[in-house]
Design a protein around this ligand. Structure first.
Ligand code: VG1
Ligand code: CO
Length: 544
């Protein structure tokens, strides 16, 4: 008396995973069989889930609970042995990664569109992580995409999924649904890596912090870790109750979307340390009193001083950064005599380096930092490593930054985003620039001369896989650089990202406004790529 239903279906166009899973408008995901097709394609793309243990959870955005129920019913019908689910269907992305690893699961499905807004009018997303706890590699996502194109049926259990509001075990057919507390395992992992006693003492000594969870998944994690375990004053965690539409905001931790935190940190009575995280908890923004720390600089400081935390006391095997991330961390790696890898955008490219023990810390300019403790970037982890460093050194954020720049020089950095640009115009901009690359060296644009220009591709040093077309780079003779690429996480039109960087080593010039320090690069890349003319915009929508 099988209750497995086999439902005929047809391929749906456009189910191609981007930088981090499949992201679409919530209404698109909610229209059956959109989700069902994609979940079946994942299961088939990874070679089936019969007998497997899967971790399932998401960032709690609108449609999270219904989507979890569908996934559980489909996992049961496809023969999975066990699904481990965060209570209420909730799991931050790093907590899900940890759970896959800790429980030796075969993989996991993470429901999130990360920093994209949530709600019926906004975005939803789903991605598959493999047995190492990390995002599926390009090879696996290619297989999943291929299945979306020839799918003919999906399998789903006929009855309702069990209630996932209560911790405990239930059955769905032969499959066990194990509902677990989503916080404790992750909080314990953090406690094993950092000197909680030192941080606690620092907070007791009057050090004040503010963590903005942006109405998203990190709220409950931050309450437990920062307030309960570390003793930060109640109220240190703000916007700490997850809501399905993230309070109507963009849960993207940058100075634009986290302006509430920026205002607090630049006020006369500002706390000593501020931080924010994104929708699914894998990104972080760090800001001291009157001192915003660019994510690229944050990665460099963490790489420099991670050994102050017990989990990294033995030093780092190596570091890795995405190509558009600034070279600040390269300078730290060079000083320490360790490897520094340059990968394409997206955490999936760090997995092999972490698994092979070749990199200990990884980071991206988009506010993602992490280490070999999981296989995802990890927002609260970065916050705790900062807190550990601040407690160990007794220095403030701005003092640490001044020390860092004095020692290594400062890689001035900024990213300019042009959002919802006409896709054809954006693709033409990139295609024409690509064609122009060989002719650029030696040409002068304002104050700058092009030294070399290319399109980044990556050969994975561990498995030899090749990723092409990963962003266009223009290097200038003074050491400045501009990078252009199109976002792979948007759901409307195209987003053009322009990454700008210039190294400054003159001690008298280390404390400028980045937009001023980068003015020549901004002018030059606009002249080279025709950004304003082709996008029809007078300036970027978001500057970080
Ligand atoms: C963006 C970021 C990238 C990050 C990705 C997923 O991708 O630039 O660094 O890895 O989002 O992060 P794109 O293709 O839009 O530039 V998350 O926290 O949104 O899962
Ligand atoms: Co995220």
């Amino acid at each position: 008396m099988s209750q497995i239903q086999i439902i005929p279906t047809q391929p749906i166009a456009g189910q191609k995973p981007g930088t981090s899973g499949l992201r679409k408008k919530t209404s698109v995901f909610m229209e059956p069989p959109y989700l069902e097709n994609y979940v079946q394609a994942i299961f088939e793309g990874i070679g089936g889930v019969a007998g497997q243990t899967l971790v399932v959870g998401g960032d709690g955005r609108y449609f999270n609970d219904s989507a979890v129920a569908v996934i559980l019913r489909m996992a049961a019908a496809n023969g999975a042995a066990r699904c481990i689910v965060g209570q209420g269907g909730l799991l931050s992305t790093p907590a899900a990664s940890h759970l896959i690893r800790k429980r030796g699961a075969d993989g996991g499905l993470i429901l999130s569109a990360s920093h994209n807004p949530g709600g019926p009018e906004a975005d939803f997303g789903l991605k598959y992580n493999g047995p190492n706890g990390g995002p599926a590699t390009e090879a696996v996502t290619d297989r999943i995409f291929a299945r979306t194109l020839d799918i003919t049926e999906y399998h789903i259990w006929e009855g309702d999924a069990p209630d996932i509001g209560l911790i405990g075990e239930a059955h769905l057919g032969a499959m066990v649904v194990e509902v677990i507390d989503p916080i404790t395992d992750y909080a314990d992992l953090m406690e094993s890596l950092f000197d909680f006693a030192a941080i606690r003492a620092h907070l007791k000594g009057g050090f004040r912090l503010r963590f903005d969870a942006m109405h998203a998944i990190t709220g409950p994690y931050a309450h437990e870790i920062l307030e309960n375990r570390l003793g930060a004053a109640p109220g240190s965690v703000v916007n700490g109750t997850p809501s399905p539409d993230f309070g109507g905001g963009h849960p993207d931790p940058n100075p634009i979307w986290a302006h509430e935190l920026m205002t607090a940190m630049y006020a006369p009575d500002a706390p000593d340390f501020g931080a924010a995280s994104d929708g699914d908890g894998d990104r972080n923004m760090i800001v001291g009193r009157n001192c915003y720390v660019s994510p690229s600089d944050s990665l460099a400081v963490l790489a420099d001083l991670a050994h102050l935390a017990p989990g990294y006391a033995d030093g780092l095997a190596g570091v890795a950064r995405s190509m558009p991330t600034s070279a600040a961390v390269d300078r730290v790696a060079a000083a320490k005599g360790i490897d520094c890898f340059e990968t394409p955008t997206g955490w999936k490219f760090f997995g092999n380096l972490l698994d092979a023990g070749r990199a200990t810390l990884c980071g991206e300019e988009s506010a993602g930092t992490g280490s070999n403790h999981v296989r995802e970037k990890d927002g609260l982890w970065a916050v705790l490593l900062w807190l550990n460093i601040l407690a160990s050194t007794g220095k403030g954020v701005s003092e640490l930054m001044a020390d860092h720049w004095a020692r290594y020089g400062r890689n001035y950095y900024s990213r300019h985003d042009y959002e919802e640009v006409d896709s054809e115009a954006a693709n033409a901009l990139i295609a024409d620039l690509r064609a122009e690359l060989p002719a650029l060296p030696g040409k002068v644009f304002g104050a700058l001369t092009v030294e070399r220009a290319d399109e980044f591709s990556y050969d994975d040093p561990v498995d030899g896989s090749h990723a092409a077309g990963q962003g266009i780079r223009v290097y200038f003779t003074n050491g400045a650089r501009a990078v252009l690429r199109l976002s792979g996480t948007g759901t409307a039109g195209a987003t053009l990202r322009v990454y700008l960087e210039a190294l400054e080593t003159d001690p008298a010039a280390l404390h400028q406004d980045p937009q001023t320090a980068l003015a020549d690069v901004i002018t030059a890349i606009d002249a080279i790529a025709g950004i304003a003319a082709r996008t029809g915009r007078t300036g970027p929508d978001v500057i970080t």
